[in-house]
Ligand binder design. Sequence first.
Ligand code: NAG
Ligand code: NAG
Length: 384
Amino acid sequence: MYSGTSISKPLLMAAIVLLAGAVSIGSATPLQEQPGHSTLSRRASLAFAPIPHPSSSSSKLWFGDETQSLAVDKRGNVYGNSCGEKDAKGDYPLNTVGRIDAASNNITLFYEDADSNTYITGLEFFQPRTANNGLLLTDITKHRVIELTWNSTCPKGPASLVGKTDVARRVVCENPEMLQPNDMAVADRGRRIYLSGLRGTMDSGEGDLWLCNTESGKMQRLDVMGRTNGIELSPQEDCLYVSEAVGGWIPSNNRIWRYHLDPATGAVMGDKELFFDFQKYDQTGHVDINGMKLAQDGSLYVTRMSGSEIVVLSPEGKATAHIPTPFKRVADVNMGGPDGKTMYIVGPADSDDHNKPVDACLYKAPSAVAGREWTRLQKEAASK
Ligand SMILES: *[C@@H]1O[C@H](CO)[C@@H](O)[C@H](O)[C@H]1NC(C)=O
Ligand SMILES: *[C@@H]1O[C@H](CO)[C@@H](O)[C@H](O)[C@H]1NC(C)=O
């Protein structure tokens, strides 16, 4: 046999080691090539610490495996859907929102919808023009968006809206033709909402994108595509990022589209552009994208459900970092805390039996940049 290969291989390895050594000089975190990744991207390990589970306190409130959205208020407190006390089967209520106090990690039942069939998936805060606080919720049962506004001036923000009479609840958009609203991105101080949807069964692989005007109640279908999930706006509200899983239950690709928007009207301008393609990048097209959040520097934090990581993408569409997560099925990320620079992540706990409900995993870590939601609320509150 020709022995050339047995000589060239170690030489090639040595060259790679040299290259890796050269690249890491002068950088705080050594750059490390991920197997199969087509570009060099940084493995950025964050110091994730668990939010203490109720077993360590007197409260029994926690989040379940449907807790897949995290919102943040202007004070940096963090909110997730599906919070409560779990039933005998291990399920948590779906018509609720839980609040995690930024300073103490205390969990309180923040909101419970009077309609017990309401199934809240997405949530995002906004600064209304007519009240001190506003929260928007998507409901997949009735294909609608619910707006809550309240006037509390309590310095830390109310720990709960349950039982409060000065909370206005309004259905701002509803359309049975809209596939389940899965997640949303809020623009123009709550006047416009972009909604991503997927059909009830993951198998169908169908999804769509909608725009809701909360003042007129008018809804408009902007696109029809594969299963959509993560949706996020740029800080100037001129770009909209939407994830798409192509194929059925196990997709053949997961990619992110970028739509260009007229920030004054919210209308889509021109053709959407392919922003990132995971199959092309590192052959992980089968790993679902779940929640996505933008940091104030314009980078997009993309959760990879079952992928045990968050991938950070630059506005140019380059993967700049891979953040390993302490559990596999990371479903959403957001930045809260007093200065907006604490990263929170959530997702169902690892389990071998996917038919059995599990508790949510909830972790936080110091992060370098604040998120879009927190930063937007600071600006909006200042210009109210
Ligand atoms: C956290 O909640 C518990 C009971 O729910 C309460 O006793 C405690 O004072 C709270 N801690 C803070 C810092 O708010
Ligand atoms: C909040 O206060 C404003 C101005 O006083 C008022 O118009 C609005 O109805 C109040 N909203 C709620 C939910 O109480």
